[in-house]
Each structure stands twice: as C-alpha cells, then as structure tokens.
Design a protein around this ligand. Sequence first.
Ligand SMILES: Nc1ncnc2c1ncn2[C@@H]1O[C@H](COP(=O)(O)OP(=O)(O)OP(=O)(O)O)[C@@H](O)[C@H]1O
Ligand SMILES: [Mg+2]
Length: 331
Amino acid sequence: MSAHQVDRRGKIGLLVGREYSFPPAFIARVNALGAPHGLTAEMVTLGGTRMDQEAEYRVIVDRISHEVEYYRGAMKQAVLQGTYVINNPFWWTADDKYFNYAVMAKLGCAIPKTVLLPQKGYPADIDLTPESLRNLRYPIDWDALLDYVGRPAILKPYSGGGWKHVYKVHDRRELLEAYDTTSPYCMTLQEFIDFDKYVRCFTFGKTDITPVAYDPRERRYIVDHSYLSPALGARVVRDAQTINLALGYEMNTIEFAIEDGVPYAIDYLNPAPDFERDRITDFYFGHVVEKMAGLVIDRALNGHPAQCWPRWEEMLGLGPASGFTGGPSNL
Ligand SMILES: Nc1ncnc2c1ncn2[C@@H]1O[C@H](COP(=O)(O)OP(=O)(O)OP(=O)(O)O)[C@@H](O)[C@H]1O
Ligand SMILES: [Mg+2]
C-alpha cells in the first residue's frame, strides 16, 4: 500500500469528559455511516504511551485534552504517528483569546478593541520586588486603557471558558475592584459590544458553518432559521470560515455579538463545543451528530495531517512563503 492509499480498516476514536448524549450517538452514527468504508468508531483508551507507539486510530476527536495533560501529550504523540486529531492539539496548546483577537483583527474581522493586562497575582516563587518582575512598568495607566476600549468595558481572562471571571465594569473604580479579584489569571480588558443579536456558530471542518441564535443571558440555543438576514448570515459564515482557516479549528463554536448589523467576533476559542442534547436542542443535537460523523469519515478517507494546522502566518504574509530564504545567522 503506498503512503497515499487509504487504510480502510481504519478506526475512529473519541476522547471525552463528562458528556452523556453526544458520545453514544456519535459512535453509533459513525459506525453506521462508516461501515461501507470499513471504518469503525470507539472510545479511545489510554494507559501509558510509548514514544514509538504506532497510531491506533486514523482520526481522533478530542474533546477533553484541554483539561487532562496526559491526554494532551498522548494526542501530540498520535499526531506524530499520523493520526488526524480534531482539533490539532499543538495549536490548541499555543492559542489564547487575546492572540486570536489580534490575528483576526489583522485579517479583517470586526473584533472589539482589546488590551492584555499584566496579571494581578503570580506563583508563590515569584517575589513581587522589581527583581523578579523588572520588566513590568508601574503604575498602570488604567484611565488611558479605559479611554482606548471605551466605557463600559469587559474584563475577562485571556484564555478561559465557562463564563468564569467575566466582569462588566463602568469606570476605573469598578475595573480595579474586579481586577483585584483575578489572581492568578491573566486578563484582558475589552470594548463592550452593546449587542442586539448574538449567534454561536457550530463549525464542522473549517468551512461548514451553522450559525445558531443564542441567548447569552439564559445561555440557551434557539431554533430560529430567520434570525439573521441573508446578508448578515453570509457575513457571519464568511468571517467564521476565515477564523477557522487562520486558526486551524475544525470543531469549534464561534460567537458573534451583533451591534448595528456588525458581527463582532467575541469568542472563538471553544474547541470542545457543548454538544449536550438538553442544552443545544434536539434539532441541533441531530445536526451536530450527523455533521461530526460526516466530518470524521471524510478525514479518515481523505484527510491529510497538514490540513489541521493554522494558516494565519501564511495569510498575513509571515510564513515560509513570505520570501524569507535564510541568511548568515540562520543556522
Ligand atoms: N466584548 C464583549 N461585549 C459584550 N459582551 C461580552 C463581551 N465579551 C463577553 N461578553 C459576554 O460575556 C459572555 C462570556 O464571554 P466569553 O464567551 O468571552 O467567555 P467564556 O468564558 O468563553 O464564556 P462561554 O463559556 O459562555 O463561552 C458572552 O456570552 C457575552 O454575553
Ligand atoms: Mg464564550
């Protein structure tokens, strides 16, 4: 068999945490759709990973290695051995919300103005004298930062989820009061988007995008197929595609807060999106299972590992194709 021929005895693995409805439905659907191609699906089991261990799976859907370091290391080893891991565990390790806001602003998406803040607290073995933190400039000019992002503003972690440590602050006093509670997290200060609509887009692969009306106050997905005008829907889909192409995500939810017809990308570091039936509605649960099954079968048959790497460097003219050929100091 040549390197490009498909191994039709392939297995598809699933790595999950505390999820109940998605895993059995997904495995059953992949087994049904994959049977004609010789593909089967099962839960991955891991118990000590040798560095030369051969790939057991053609594709792994990883929904939990962000919480379990051993799993993350094992997923990286699996990529090395030729498994197509959704999402790419290397980029997921490297990414954060602040960086990806900055990248997508450069690539032309509407992004709220965002500032990265020095942390409030540090690990115990970093002393707070100018010795350890000699590169930090104090005091911080909070008024200037608030002038930049506007008032009110959002204070939230530069990398986080689950709506933890997200504060709306109206002035410097409220900002400092909230900031003082944020140790040890690294925080961002962000322009507040006074949205009249909010959508969360499920993404299956980089370009298959399903925008869903979402009520962030109730944290509820809503089935409403005419929530966005066709023009706004098209822009949301295009921006979500650009985000995934730049950042390499293939399983994601991309959140847009829409103010005066402009979709601001608020959060697109959701690479293990909520797939629980009771939270995403029966309708979207069926959709997600079908789309995810289709995605992994396609990747098992046609996927190439290079496909799941981010392309922001290339898209911004910074990558290997930018003309850099090395020089005297390039060992
Ligand atoms: N710039 C902003 N302007 C207005 N509202 C915001 C902004 N950033 C965040 N929010 C509100 O805070 C909520 C949580 O923010 P965000 O999605 O960035 O954090 P999260 O921890 O990832 O939360 P989740 O797990 O719900 O995705 C958003 O759903 C939105 O309602
Ligand atoms: Mg979010």
